[in-house]
Design a protein around this ligand. Structure first.
Ligand code: NAD
Ligand code: UGA
Length: 465
């Protein structure tokens, strides 16, 4: 089965970049990315590729190459579904904020809406690809909804979870460690798997394209994120021991990471992991385990989140205790707001929670992030609902200049590991701060000795002061 037209529902951080790369690599396939969000689609269609809604190194060039040729962004969802042989579902699957499973289960409202829309408008056979991260066995729900159209259309469901990381999305998509495709064992199911394998094999070596059953594929995505997040929580737990024992967490990471069974990646201690997925996917795993009555399994994975919350809180507490146990009315400068460098995404960023904690103590915050807008910072804080938005607006300022952000502050806190922070004129920053001037490096990216020589008091995550 040769795929000629693809529709992707959801033009977000995954749908946009993934489809741009498929369109680049398969010019003979027409790829249409649709979304209900008109502003988002308009931004994807902006003639200036610097204005596309997702900031990812290299993405602008790919969009510029393929857009208008075989890559289209549209709000005409029905038409795009109708025309397509293959429909990717790449909509958001956040943690439920209401009802049964509130705070843990994945909210599959948008997934179900997509399935019902596909069922309603389809007039030809289609392969439906789960690109969103979903609880194991979601494909059976999709199958059930799609099998009740009453018009004899054949739908095959595939699971093709996405493993890209933000900030390196293009690199990850062009050269993935693996592509995972789960399908039904029936001949029709396997033909669908083959059709998707054929698309990816245009640029991904076939030995890196793994095929499994549907359930293994769905569960592997949750498992992969749980393992990655677990490594971060594990090294963060060790970072706290380092701070009281004169061990250095970087040295410990290097020592354990040199064991090929452990490996060196994802062992960087931090102020806590963020991002839209780690927490939500682990909570989802915890919920699934509890649903099956597997309480020990649920408790085991829940600990990863508990540790992460602790890491964010203890960073904020460190700032407060260092500043003589009160930050009320004191200006604290935040360098970084995104959940990691090279992205404008702030979802679940550790910075938000550290800020919230400090604002509870009436601190005055000044924020600088190279890619995050002031509006986004306020939206993130307001979303927590901890205090009135007028209070957030009065306690927090956001500037476009890091020196302005740090000027007149008691302390600078590094929340995101943007490379440029290290290249700042730290003498100039010091000169314009109140004394004693503190730096709290939550990412261990600054040159501690240099800062100490200037006169700063420096706290670095995972190091005894
Ligand atoms: P996102 O919120 O950036 O984008 C989702 C888009 O879907 C939104 O623009 C929304 O308007 C649109 N949408 C929702 N319902 C719709 C409908 N019925 N019709 C049309 N459009 C609709 O989300 P994202 O970060 O791209 O994540 C999407 C999925 O991919 C999630 O399940 C996530 O867990 C998973 N994932 C994300 C990442 C990542 O790095 N962000 C990586 C791997 C997997
Ligand atoms: C993560 C996974 O790496 C992707 O494979 C997955 O597709 C994606 O989640 C998803 O499902 O959404 P992402 O969240 O974009 O990708 O970014 P990561 O590089 O994994 O970083 C996540 C968080 O962990 C960041 O806040 C980062 O700063 C933190 N981190 C990461 C550490 O604190 N230490 C590390 O060693 C690594």
């Amino acid at each position: 089965m040769k795929i000629k037209k693809i529709c992707c529902i959801g033009a977000g951080y995954v749908g946009g970049p993934t489809m741009a790369v498929i369109a680049k690599k398969c010019p003979e396939i027409q790829v249409t990315v649709v979304d209900l969000n008109k502003e988002r689609i308009a931004a994807w269609n902006d003639t200036d590729v610097n204005n596309i809604p997702v900031y990812e190194p290299g993405l602008g060039d790919i969009v510029a190459e393929a857009r208008g040729r075989n890559l289209f962004f549209s709000t005409q969802v029905d038409e795009a579904i109708q025309e397509a042989d293959m429909v990717f579902i790449s909509v958001n699957t956040p943690t439920k904020t209401y009802g049964e499973g509130k705070g843990q289960a994945a909210d599959l409202k948008w997934i179900e809406l997509c399935a019902r829309q596909i069922a309603r408008v389809s007039t030809t056979d289609k392969i439906i690809v789960e690109k969103s991260t979903l609880p194991v066995r979601t494909a059976s729900t999709l199958k059930d909804i799609l099998s009740h159209t009453g018009n004899n259309i054949n739908f095959q469901i595939l699971s093709n979870p996405e493993f890209l990381a933000e900030g390196t999305a293009v690199e990850d998509l062009l050269s993935p460690d693996r592509v995972l495709i789960g399908g039904d064992p029936s001949p029709k199911g396997q033909a669908a798997v083959e059709a998707l394998v054929e698309i990816y094999s245009t640029w991904v070596p076939t030995e890196r394209i793994l095929t499994t059953n549907l359930w293994s594929s769905e569960l592997s995505k949750l498992t992969a994120n749980a393992f990655l997040a677990q490594r971060v929580s594990s090294i963060n737990a060790i970072s706290e021991i380092c701070e009281v024992t004169e061990a250095d967490v970087n040295e410990v990471s290097r020592a354990i990471g040199s064991d090929s069974r452990v490996g060196p990646k994802f062992l960087k201690a931090s102020v806590g992991f963020g991002g839209s997925c780690f927490q939500k996917d682990i909570l989802n795993l915890v919920y699934i385990a509890r649903t099956y009555g597997l309480n020990e399994v649920a408790n085991y994975w829940e600990q990863v989140i508990i540790m992460n919350d602790h890491q964010k809180r203890r960073f904020a507490k460190k700032v407060i205790s260092s500043l003589y146990n009160t930050v009320s009315g004191k200006k604290i400068a935040f360098l970084g707001w995104a959940f990691k460098k090279d992205t404008n995404d702030t979802r679940e960023s550790a910075a938000i929670y550290v800020a919230d904690h400090l604002l509870n103590e009436n601190a005055e915050l000044s924020v600088f992030d190279p890619k995050v807008t002031a509006q986004q910072v306020y939206t993130d804080l307001d979303y927590l609902g901890t205090r009135e938005s007028t209070k957030n607006a009065s306690l927090v300022t956001v500037t476009k200049d890091p020196y302005e952000t740090c000027k007149g502050s008691h302390a600078v806190a590094v929340l995101t590991e943007w490379d440029e922070f290290n290249s700042y004129d730290w003498q100039k920053i010091y000169d314009n701060m109140l004394k004693p001037a503190y730096v709290f490096d939550g990412r261990d990216i600054l040159e501690t000795e240099k800062l100490k020589a200037i006169g700063f008091r420096v706290y670095t995550i995972g190091k005894t002061q």
